[in-house]
Design a protein around this ligand. Structure first.
Ligand code: NAD
Length: 300
């Protein structure tokens, strides 16, 4: 069993850290939100809180599950990495920026530490059930040490390549997921205006080549039900799309479709909906542009 530092007890981090504590590991936890830290300690009394930066020196592994690269770097370089013992394995499971992650990994290695990027897919439910997909960038022998933890958190662990590759794979996966949400919502709305019940069109998609994670696991569950409660907000999805398009740009790839996808999500973010669940795109995309008269002609 390991002593695991865990920073970031949000929608994803709280259930992930809980599973690790329930598997018997010793947890040292921290979050800017001290209420979340208290809730974690109440539920897992054998865990410790990092009341002092020196607490990190006891951790064999330190996991970050934070909003973005800016915050991961600020937290790690703001005292955690300096306080940690030599050879500590840092694992950034946030969805961060791949080029910055590669640089962060190299910096930590120069300080005598080790680094993996290991972002996840599968949402809050996957975090609760230990069913996440984990994509890993970094060295094989560091992955060997982390396998025991990843087995508690996920159903699949894929070693993608060197440091940063896990984060690149995650952003590219979410680009595809975001494109699928936008395309599916547009199709449902067009179908609806033509008189096809969205539930019926979803049945058609799920029985046909248009099916996807969106059509199978989001439309009925979160969109048509009106619950919009997948736990993944528009702001985080847009962040991931932008990581993917920035990567394409930095590699000199003319990724036009991806930039169109980014513009669609960014426009909803700019309208002030960043904190809302991403399944609410069902309400914000493909709104009718024609007048009522035109509508009557459509149905004539
Ligand atoms: P969240 O906003 O619910 O949680 C982030 C946590 O980080 C919060 O508890 C916040 O208080 C804490 N935090 C922020 N700044 C901090 C700081 N400076 N020091 C300490 N703690 C700080 O986000 P989440 O949904 O848990 O997502 C975390 C990461 O996982 C993100 O990178 C996200 O893109 C990724 N992700 C989320 C999902 C999902 O379905 N929510 C799925 C896969 C990946």
């Amino acid at each position: 069993m390991s002593t695991i530092g865990f920073i970031g007890l949000g929608n994803m981090g709280f259930p992930m850290a809980s599973r690790l504590a329930e598997a018997g590991h010793t947890l040292i936890v921290d979050d800017r939100d001290k209420g979340a830290v208290q809730r974690f300690q109440d539920q897992h009394p054998t865990s410790r809180t990092a009341t002092d930066v020196k607490a990190w020196q006891d951790a064999d592994i330190i996991i970050t599950m934070l909003p973005n690269s800016d915050i991961v770097e600020a937290v790690l370089t703001g005292g955690v990495a300096a306080a940690a013992s030599l050879n500590t394995l840092f694992i950034d499971m946030s969805s961060s920026e791949p080029i910055r992650s590669r640089d962060l990994g190299a910096r930590l290695e120069r300080q005598g530490m080790r680094y993996l990027d290991a972002p996840v897919s599968g949402g809050v439910r996957g975090a609760q059930n230990g069913q996440l997909a984990i994509m890993v960038g970094g060295r094989w022998h560091d992955l060997d040490q982390a396998t025991e933890l990843f087995d508690v958190l996920g159903k699949s662990v894929i070693h993608v390549g060197d440091a940063g590759s896990g984060h690149a794979a995650k952003a590219l996966n979410n680009l595809v997921s975001a494109a699928s949400v936008a395309a599916t919502v547009e199709a449902l709305r067009v179908g609806e205006r033509f008189g096809i019940d969205p539930a019926t069109l979803t049945q058609v998609l799920n029985a046909s080549s248009g099916r996807s994670n969106t059509s199978e696991n989001k439309v009925a569950q979160f969109m048509l039900s009106g619950t919009f409660g997948s736990g993944f907000p528009i702001g985080l999805m847009t962040k991931d799309i932008k990581i993917a398009t920035a990567l394409a740009d930095s590699l000199g790839i003319d990724a036009r479709f991806s930039h169109d996808c980014e513009a669609i999500w960014q426009s909803v973010l700019d309208a002030g909906h960043g904190a809302e669940d991403h399944t609410r795109m069902y309400e914000y995309l493909a709104t009718p542009t024609k007048s009522f008269n035109d509508e009557r002609q459509i149905h004539a």
